[in-house]
Design a protein around this ligand. Structure first.
Ligand SMILES: *Cc1c(COP(=O)(O)O)cnc(C)c1O
Length: 380
């Protein structure tokens, strides 16, 4: 703790940086009156983001969760179909499958990368399996090659949730380029933000058209108010896209900063016993540290809930890890995942949390976070 002033400032778990062309582009929206989804920033943001991940189409939507909903429906996944996904993920992934009437089938995660354990997938494939939903978690991409091989062997679709991976690559190929359909989110805790927002990415003309239609109430171009299918209003506004264009200009800078932050945290935390830190790299990627995540080792006599309570008491924000899909009351009530156990995910859900890792965090704040982490681990 450096001085009294800092003692008083709460360090939030995330804060975005909006110091580039955001204001300028937002003013253009107001000056021109283009505030709905018809404005020019939408197309610009879609084209620029799609180009960035090497995709033919980007379809901007209102958030990353509905991007997954649309992806599942566009692929024609429905009643009786099975989709394999990690149990350690956000509810949006499983919800999209369940809402489509399909069955989520989960695998455990790897204890070092926290990504889905790729070696468990093949045993879960049945004649009903239609797709694998890949979710890159916290900073490292999923090992894609074995999954692409399985998809080819069993003729499965891939849905790639790259919400946490803007700017990340797998063997030098951009995350967001691996799915038949890939999705991203632009919530303020993601690497770039539009406030709320998301995007669907694909190279397939027909899927792109399906997603555009689902986004816009399935209006038909020739006979607007006659509907063959039900869609939603998932449109992003020009105001959000204006933010997105400005943020995208800074992506490389943000990623470089995130990586430096991750390395700095690792240096400062590496000699503290009792903590499992994120691994800096795998054979196929350098960690992008979407969040800086910690897992309490078994020797620590309390859990993540208690650690977060203590951090909060010392004015440091934190968030728990995802709670596994197979332990969700809402799914148990639907008769899903009865008596399933996935021990790695169960353990990290109880012993994992992440510390302030937003792009606006200063070096000074990081040092204070580390002091507080040390402090809370000292007392039993
Ligand atoms: C944030 C996130 C989402 C959901 O995005 P929203 O824009 O908040 O709806 C989906 N998947 C993953 C992996 C995420 O991190």
């Amino acid at each position: 703790m450096t001085n009294d002033k800092h003692m008083l400032d709460y360090i939030p778990v995330n804060e975005p940086l909006l110091y580039g062309n955001e204001k300028k582009y937002l003013n253009q929206c107001i000056d021109t009156g283009w505030i709905s989804s018809e404005g020019p920033f939408i197309k610009q943001f879609e084209e620029q983001f799609a180009a960035r991940v090497g995709r033919k189409y980007g379809i901007a939507v209102s958030n990353g969760s509905v991007a997954l909903d649309a992806a599942v429906l566009a692929l024609g996944i429905g009643a009786g179909d099975e989709v394999i996904l990690p149990t350690f993920t956000i509810i949006s992934c499983a919800a999209a499958i369940v809402r489509a009437g399909a069955i989520p089938v989960v695998v455990d995660c790897d204890s070092h990368t926290w990504n889905m354990d790729v070696s468990q997938i093949e045993a879960k494939i049945t004649p009903k399996t239609k797709a694998i939903m890949v979710v890159h978690i916290y900073g490292l991409p999923v090992d894609m090659e074995p999954i692409l091989a399985l998809a080819a062997k069993y003729k499965l679709q891939i849905i790639e949730d790259a919400a946490e991976m803007h700017g990340q690559t797998y063997k030098n190929r951009p995350c967001g380029s691996f799915g038949n359909i890939s999705t991203v989110s632009f919530y303020p805790n993601k690497h770039i933000t539009t406030g709320e927002g998301g995007m669907i990415l694909t190279d397939d003309d027909r899927l792109a058209e399906r997603c555009c239609s689902l986004r816009n109430l399935c209006f038909q171009p020739q006979q607007r108010f006659i509907h063959e299918e039900l869609g939603w209003n998932l449109r992003m506004s020009n105001i959000q896209a204006a933010l997105g264009v400005a943020q995208l200009e800074r992506l490389d800078e943000f990623i470089a900063r995130k990586r430096r932050m991750g390395q700095r945290y690792t240096e400062l935390l590496s000699d503290i016993p009792g903590l499992q830190l994120p691994i800096p790299q795998t054979d196929y990627a350098d960690n992008i540290y979407w969040v800086y995540a910690l897992v309490l080792k078994d020797e620590v006599p309390f859990d993540a809930k208690e650690a977060m309570r203590r951090l909060h008491h010392h004015q440091v924000g934190s968030r728990p890890f995802f709670w596994s899909m197979h332990e969700q009351p809402v799914f148990h009530k639907m008769g899903l995942f009865a008596k399933e156990s996935h021990p790695v995910s169960e353990n990290i859900a109880r012993r994992g949390f992440y510390i302030p890792s937003g792009i606006a965090l200063t070096d000074e704040q990081m040092e204070r976070v580390v002091e507080v982490v040390k402090e809370i681990l000292r007392s039993p």
